[in-house]
Design a protein around this ligand. Structure first.
Ligand code: NAP
Length: 308
């Protein structure tokens, strides 16, 4: 393990930098003066999005050897990766990826890992594979012994967020929607700006034990409620017709027809819509000074940021 003086507090590694959340974190970390290093499978995608002072390193969380130079000298590492788009056996792949990353971080003496995962009740035997896997990744990162701050969120509302884009595409394209039962599932979406504020603030939390924080906007809503609010703000008239027999598999086929999201990722996400994703543990409101916005404002912001 390297000497503690090797780690400069401002040395930050960002994984998932080509993704939706990671991509929005880059300029914020750069503005804060972080000594930023990004890990990417395709570094050329990232170069135009970063300042010249930001180091971009080629790597893959499934390739342990590529992670060693990425974590060297790093104080705080953001883990903003999921492998749902590349693999049908994403649970196994995500397990392997998290194990590789956790081992590399521990061996390099990384002080803190910050991970954005998913809400959902661990004790629910019907938790979807997607949510189960998101929780398992948090557990594996924590088990490495490196202090891990896990933030659990439901839908991130913002232009370009896959889960929000599913709602947007469905509502934009279908005047009449056959609504499976999941439209009444309670959820607590959060605006991307609030997620980014939590991710940044997690870097500056006092050192301590690994912690899990549940984060959400001020409103507990249903997926039907999100669709109605989005339609209202867009001036669209939409009819939601309840069809209790639409299975998750059929729903995903239906989604694949009308949304740009990949069939594979959409299917995994939609399986999770049957599970309530609400904040039950309110410790984040004590540990952080962030006061998240509600669904109305979150959608307004998403529309003003280009989700038209
Ligand atoms: N968006 C939401 O609504 C939401 C809600 C709750 C939680 N979250 C969590 O937030 C995190 C980030 O989500 P996101 O929406 O930003 O996802 P995203 O846009 O789909 O980005 C996923 C990222 O993972 C990277 N990645 C995939 N496989 C990789 C590999 N083998 N090695 C290295 N990088 C790899 C991708 O890189 P490539 O460009 O190379 O593919 C991409 O940068 C995830 O943990 C997700 O579960 C998101």
């Amino acid at each position: 393990m390297p000497n503690s003086s090797d780690q400069n507090q401002s040395a930050v590694l960002l994984t998932g930098a080509t993704g939706y959340v990671g991509g929005r974190l880059i300029p914020l970390l750069e503005q804060q003066g972080a000594r930023l290093r990004c890990l990417a499978r395709s570094p050329e995608k990232l170069r135009p999005l970063c300042r010249s002072s930001t180091e971009i390193i080629s790597g893959d969380v499934l390739d342990p050897v590529s992670l060693h130079p990425a974590v060297r000298g790093i104080h705080t590492a953001y883990y903003l990766v999921h492998l749902m788009s590349g693999s049908t056996d994403f649970e196994k792949q995500d397990r392997l990826a998290a194990t590789n990353f956790a081992a590399a971080a521990r061996n390099a003496g990384v002080r803190r890992i910050i991970y954005l995962g998913g809400l959902g009740d661990d004790s629910d035997p019907n938790l979807s594979p997607h949510l189960r896997s998101r929780h398992e990744v948090g557990t594996l990162l924590q088990a490495s012994g490196t202090e891990t701050i896990e933030l659990r969120a439901s839908m991130v509302v913002g232009a370009g967020s896959l889960s929000f884009d599913l709602v947007k595409s469905l509502t934009d394209r279908l005047p009449v929607m056959l609504c499976p039962r999941w439209l009444t599932t309670p959820t607590q979406p959060i605006a991307v700006d609030d997620v980014l504020a939590y991710l940044l603030a997690a870097k500056d939390l006092p050192t301590g034990e690994s912690r899990v924080f549940e984060i959400g906007g001020t409103d507990v809503v249903t997926y039907g409620g999100i669709i109605r609010e989005y339609a209202r703000q867009k001036g669209l008239r939409r009819w939601l017709i309840s069809v209790p027999v639409l299975t998750p598999y059929l729903s995903s086929l239906w989604l694949a027809l009308v949304t740009p999201a990949s069939f594979e990722v959409g299917r995994h996400l939609i399986e999770g819509l049957k599970n309530p994703t609400v904040v039950r543990d309110r410790r984040a409101l004590v540990a952080f000074a962030i006061r998240p916005m509600g669904i109305r404002e979150a959608i307004q912001k998403a529309l003003s940021q280009g989700a038209n």
